[in-house]
Ligand binder design. Structure first.
Ligand SMILES: NC(=O)c1ccc[n+]([C@@H]2O[C@H](COP(=O)([O-])OP(=O)(O)OC[C@H]3O[C@@H](n4cnc5c(N)ncnc54)[C@H](O)[C@@H]3O)[C@@H](O)[C@H]2O)c1
Length: 474
């Protein structure tokens, strides 16, 4: 071999060696490089977690309400039916809304409440009162975190409409305040109390679906008829400004309880994707006379999808769509190794035959997980697995109403747990996890749908409690 040939041969060898080593590098590439990292701020000194928080029992829960628009007065009305409560104060920007809500108390034969209105900050005076135990908030999203934090700092428990927080900064500030003050911060997620959801949760907890692997949830609701009704147009403006799933909690709540989030499992990463917006910009052009360019300066996608993977290898899929002409749906699907449940558009269960007890139907031969069980079997299953909360409250809840009764059950449970010194069904870490989708899904979308790390909002405590359970005194 000539010197030149030897040199060429060596170069070729070196080239192939480098290809092989590149190949090896690609194969053993560190996958964590592809995850957008999020920060978990250190827990401030002198603060401890509020997992399973219990606070002293109270005979009567004295309540102040802030926000009396479309949603708030219904809550006041429901409270007139809950024993052991006293409606002490009412607040809204508008005096006439406070006055109108007072008539609910008149009708119920209750004394009128102290009234606060007329300024942006009147709600602070309500929070400062020393005869209130619980501040109940039903204002627009941008006020939630500030009001919750201030109320807790004034020594009050706090319950706030969904979503209670809109970004990670707000979430950590709420967690830190709850941990510092050791006060309850409950997010008022009513959908976890609906009939099919609670029955199915009970079935899941009793193993009817085998091991749960996947859950789905959504908020699919065409809000075209409602856009004009929100105070100061806050909801449309929020969607105009922010991309991502800004209203994830109706889907997340039931899925999170099924998957025992921060009670033995935790979300590790999520990925999200959205479509371009069309129907809201077109609405802005048609109904509000906005010029096309301004109308299409709209951040929130028409349809947003988020997929989450948990520590225990489960998945959750959440969707958001408030402008397509689709029938209302919260999706609600549960898929396990032995069965499946689906709520929208029609409720149904599909189960391996062995999971349907003989007390439900002796006719095992005709059952098949290839299709839904018959209506009779479904009804028998739902009767057998009716949740204790529904057995105790269903009749009253249907009479009082509020989304078919689930709103009443939510409020009742909050008061029941406070009065009896029990942990609430929904704690501040639930609030954090369910609300975190707003910012985390936006980050993923803005990074070409890259995986985004979901912070452990419990800061290491996610495995302390095993399994989600509702608390009862006996
Ligand atoms: N869980 C559910 O099923 C459900 C249903 C509807 C609405 N919501 C939630 O309820 C909340 C309220 O929604 P809405 O439809 O009633 O909106 P809305 O605009 O009708 O009402 C908001 C009210 O808050 C008041 N407000 C605003 N700033 C205030 C301040 N500084 N001090 C006192 N009051 C103030 C407004 O005057 C208004 O009356 C939102 O978070 C929404 O997402 C939940």
């Amino acid at each position: 071999m000539t010197k030149l040939n030897f040199l060429l041969f060596s170069l070729v060898l070196a080239f192939f060696a480098s290809c092989t080593s590149n190949g090896k590098q690609a194969g053993s590439d560190d996958p964590s490089r592809y995850v957008v990292r999020t920060e978990v701020p250190k827990r401030p000194a002198g603060q401890k977690d509020v997992l399973g928080l219990v606070t002293p029992k109270m005979d009567t829960v004295r309540v102040g309400f802030i926000g009396l628009g479309m949603r708030g007065p219904g809550a006041v009305r429901r409270f007139t039916f809950i024993p052991g409560t006293k409606i002490v104060a009412l607040c809204d920007l508008h005096a006439d809304r406070v006055e109108k809500t007072q008539t609910i108390l008149d009708k119920a034969g209750l004394p009128r409440a102290a009234a606060y209105s007329g300024s942006e900050d009147a709600w602070k005076e309500l929070c400062q009162r020393d005869d209130i135990d619980l501040v109940y908030i039903a204002t627009d999203w941008k006020h939630h975190a500030e009001m919750m934090i201030y109320a807790m700092e004034q020594g009050k428990h706090v319950a706030c409409e969904v979503p209670s927080a809109m970004n990670l900064d707000e979430i950590w500030a709420i967690i830190n305040t709850a941990e510092k003050t050791q006060k309850h911060a409950m997010q008022l997620e009513n959908c976890v109390y609906d009939y099919f959801e609670l029955t199915t949760l009970n079935m899941a907890q009793q193993g009817v679906f085998g091991e749960l692997l996947h859950a789905e949830g959504a908020y699919i609701h065409n809000l075209r008829d409602y856009w004009g009704s929100y105070e100061g147009d806050w909801r449309l403006q929020y969607n105009k400004e922010f991309r991502g799933d800004v209203y994830a909690t109706h889907g997340m709540g039931p899925a999170a309880q099924l998957m025992n989030l921060h009670r033995g499992d935790k979300m590790n990463t999520l990925v999200a994707m959205d479509t371009k917006p069309v129907n809201i910009p077109e609405y802005l052009i048609e109904e509000r006379g906005m010029d096309r360019d301004s109308a299409y300066q709209f951040a929130n996608g028409e349809h947003t999808m988020t997929m989450i993977r948990t520590e225990n290898g489960k998945t959750i899929h959440i969707q958001h769509d408030v402008s397509s002409p689709r029938p209302y749906s919260r999706m609600y699907q549960v898929s396990g190794t032995k069965g499946f449940a689906n709520k929208y558009p029609e409720e149904g269960y599909a189960l391996e035959a062995e999971m349907v007890g003989e007390d439900v139907t002796p006719d095992h031969e005709n059952l098949s997980a290839h299709s839904y069980v018959s209506d009779e079997v479904k009804e028998a299953l739902m009767a057998k697995y009716k949740h204790r909360i529904h057995r105790e409250l269903e009749e009253k809840a249907k009479e009082v109403g509020g989304h078919g009764g689930m709103d009443f059950i939510m409020d009742y449970r909050l008061i029941y747990c406070l009065r009896n010194g029990l942990p609430l069904d929904i704690d501040v870490y639930d609030l954090a996890e369910w609300c975190s989708l707003a910012e985390l899904s936006r980050i993923s979308i803005e990074h070409n749908s890259a995986a985004v790390e979901v912070p452990d909002f419990t800061r290491g405590g996610w495995n302390k409690i095993q399994g989600f359970r509702h608390a009862f005194i006996d």
